[in-house]
Design a protein around this ligand. Structure first.
Ligand SMILES: [Zn+2]
Length: 391
């Protein structure tokens, strides 16, 4: 296992001439670390992704840049693959110090706007999906954990807060806000307190970035998030893949404030977009560099085809809710039951099940109908009538 985590070792690791992989720490160790890629651009650097705004991550970034004779001041621009905190928020912090401009995919705008709006509620979109999936108990428990952490003030005589494991899982995505946290002061949004501000530039279409002698093409790859982009240097065969293609794990789908309607359909389309490009080395945000993005894309595509088939098989037994289906299939490489996952992962699993069932529905394999409470039931589409017409 030590080898599997070797990629997290501190430093500026060369991956190509003038390109350095810089792993930075995260607050929880589920993902171990996040890779920032520093690309030499004439007298300065362009950074792909930035890390999570944490004091120890900023210090480690400074030490790693110093190892290649540079400092934070030398960063000319951040190109950020998506709006998740571990990719985006440290860029905002560095911009406060040095004015460094940040570019982010324009599909992230609804989520960034949502985070910065006054009526932000953590996991609003996910809680809605859970209720439609018939997982009201999961939604209720999550709502309790999240509102508890946001309110930050235990009620007198109330039962003790949620178990530490739940709090930690919850904190991984939206943080626990203690009393006196800036977010609780009037006029400060939760998004700002979590380290969010709008970028300087919204990346749209196949935008080109000249970075020193390299030409990077931003390719829109919605799915993991709605505005996810990868940056491709096709000439040097380098794919800065963010969380679109990860070597060790299957990226989560649609986990953000304002997900698209069909994140899995988006994601599979985005995989095929990159699969149609020339094969490149895979430079992921979590995990080591490997030689073929295509090889990993094929595995991820196969994984989702398999999951779709498994869920269709469950529907063959009759009408089911998303929650029913999530409870009847195995999760993670250890084949765990839904109820054995922590609350955050139960939420992600049920949402992912719903996105698969919705894709089966869009493909005509399944049909669905909501009951009077808005809970959606899926069943296999009626088998097609055999054709009696003779030739
Ligand atoms: Zn992410």
């Amino acid at each position: 296992m030590a080898d599997r985590h070797a990629w997290t070792e501190e430093g500026a690791h060369p991956v190509a001439p003038g390109v350095h992989r810089i792993p930075l720490p995260l607050p929880s160790d589920a993902l171990r670390a996040v890779n920032v890629y520093a690309i030499e651009a004439g007298s300065g650097l362009v950074l792909i992704d930035s890390g999570w705004a944490l004091a120890n991550a900023l210090e480690q970034l400074q030490r790693s840049l110093a190892a290649i004779g540079a400092g934070l001041r030398d960063v000319r621009q951040f190109l950020v693959t998506h709006m998740h905190r571990d990719h985006y928020t440290q860029a905002v912090e560095v911009r406060r110090l040095f004015g460094t401009p940040i570019a982010l995919g324009e599909g992230e705008k609804p989520s960034i706007d949502g985070l910065l709006s006054g009526d932000f509620r953590p996991l609003r979109a996910q809680l809605a999906v859970l209720r439609v999936a018939g997982a009201a108990d999961v939604a209720d428990r999550l709502a309790e954990v999240t509102s508890g952490s946001l309110a930050g003030r235990p009620q007198p005589g109330a039962t003790p807060g949620p178990p530490a494991a739940l709090r930690q899982a919850a904190a991984a995505s939206f943080d626990a806000l203690s009393p006196g946290h800036p977010a609780l002061r009037p006029g400060t949004t939760v998004g700002a307190a979590l380290g969010y501000e709008a970028p300087d530039e919204w990346i749209s279409g196949q935008q080109i970035f000249e970075v020193g002698s390299r030409t990077l093409t931003a390719v829109e790859t919605p799915g993991h998030t709605r505005g996810h982009v990868v940056f491709a240097d096709t000439q040097a065969r380098l794919l800065f893949a963010g969380d679109h293609v990860l070597p060790h794990i299957t990226p989560s789908i649609g986990f953000q404030e304002a997900p698209s309607a069909e994140p899995l359909r988006d994601y599979l389309q985005s995989l095929s977009v990159v699969r149609r490009m020339p094969d490149m080395r895979l430079l992921p945000a979590h995990g080591p560099v490997s030689d073929s993005a295509h090889a990993r894309i094929d595995e991820l595509t196969h994984h989702h085809a398999e999951r779709l088939q498994i869920m269709a098989d469950v529907l063959a037994g009759g009408e089911r809710t998303g929650y029913d289906v999530a409870r009847s299939i195995a999760w993670t490489s250890r084949q765990r039951k839904l109820g054995d996952l922590d609350l955050m992962n139960q939420m992600l699993a049920v949402c992912e099940t719903v996105y698969h069932l919705d894709l089966l529905t869009a493909q005509g394999v399944a049909v669905s109908q909501a009951d009077e409470n808005g809970v959606r039931y899926y069943r296999l589409a009626a088998p097609r009538e055999p054709s009696h017409r003779l030739r």
